[in-house]
Design a protein around this ligand. Structure first.
Ligand code: PXG
Length: 302
């Protein structure tokens, strides 16, 4: 990328060229993973579910007693503006709020100024073939922490648990894996929620099992209702996954992606099933037709 076309990053209220967007080595986001983030998408010049992502960001902040130094309205404008100055239509937006610089001790009260960063860039997607043919997954040995250890509902900068699962995926040559909680129930992937279809109904693990309550997950549950498919938030075992008619993952990056094999078992007919295909289409239609407009001043924040 040439200097003039270099991305502009929102850093603590300023838009700075990417090469100058630097964080202090004393930032507790770096020293301790003390902070929170969101991954958001824009489709065709509109930011998808911005309000929901910001609500989740502020909930994560509340859970870790972090005061975000901007109102939700200011943050909405900052996100929209960052996409706009980078001239993006389809974008992946990474919003990070860390505890900010402090001393070398872990006490967060020594960090008076949180660091706020918004990166807007293009998104790299799974190849179309993976959506057509479906993914192969495995369950992994690493477990999700329990809700009273480190609640997976907090989208924190402490993603080492997810990364350990991703390392297991890499070692097996797989794109994603299924993670179980300490009771042995399936909870989610490293960056996606999981669904199964059985006898015409949709099942996904409940929030109390210890998951990130995905924005895509919530949209898919609603779209399924609109399509008159019954939905259930219920604990799932690996047996339920192996014997499902269909299985798919949902997430901001993956949208809706079919799973056709897991731990050597073929799921259903071994191809991307009709419910998965219908929900993927419904999701794409929905995502590309709503959202906070980036290039229309009058409706920013609407
Ligand atoms: N579970 C976890 C653990 C996640 O991190 C999701 C589910 C899906 O949530 P949304 O709201 O996106 O439907 C996530 C979010 C990436 C990437 O680059 C993806 C996430 C997080 C960080 C990076 O693929 N997924």
């Amino acid at each position: 990328m040439t200097e003039s076309s270099e991305r502009k990053i929102f850093m603590d209220g300023q838009l700075v060229p990417a090469s100058e967007a630097k964080v202090s080595v004393f930032d507790h986001g770096f020293l301790y993973g003390d902070g929170i983030f969101e991954g958001i998408r824009a489709y065709r010049g509109r930011v998808f579910k911005l309000k929901e992502h910001l609500d989740r960001l502020y909930d994560s902040a509340k859970a870790i007693l972090l005061d975000i130094p901007y109102t939700k309205q200011e943050m909405t404008e900052a996100v929209v503006n960052t996409v706009r100055v980078n001239g993006l239509q389809d974008a992946y937006i990474r919003l990070v709020v860390s505890r900010g610089p402090g001393d070398l001790g872990l006490d967060p009260t020594k960090c008076p100024h949180p660091t706020v960063i918004i990166i807007a860039d293009t998104i790299s997607l799974y190849p179309e073939e993976v959506y057509q043919k479906g993914m192969t997954l495995a369950s992994v040995s690493i477990r999700r922490p329990a809700t009273d250890v480190l609640n997976p509902a907090i989208k924190s900068l402490n993603y080492l648990n997810n990364i350990l699962a991703k390392i297991e995926a890499n070692l097996r040559g797989l794109p994603e894996v299924l993670i179980l909680n300490q009771e042995g129930y399936v909870v989610e992937g490293t960056g996606d929620n999981v669904f199964i279809v059985k006898d015409g109904a949709l099942y996904t693990p409940p929030t109390y099992a210890g998951i990130l309550n995905g924005i895509t997950r919530q949209v898919v549950l609603r779209l399924a209702n609109d399509l008159n498919v019954s939905t259930h938030e219920a604990p799932l075992t690996m047996h339920d996954v192996y014997t499902a008619d269909e299985c798919f993952l949902t997430g901001t990056a993956a949208e809706v992606i079919g799973v056709v094999r897991c731990d050597g078992r073929t799921i259903g007919a071994g191809d991307v099933g009709p419910y998965t295909a219908r929900l993927r289409d419904a999701f794409y239609t929905y995502a590309t037709n709503e959202g906070t407009p980036v290039y229309n001043e009058a409706v920013i924040g609407a």
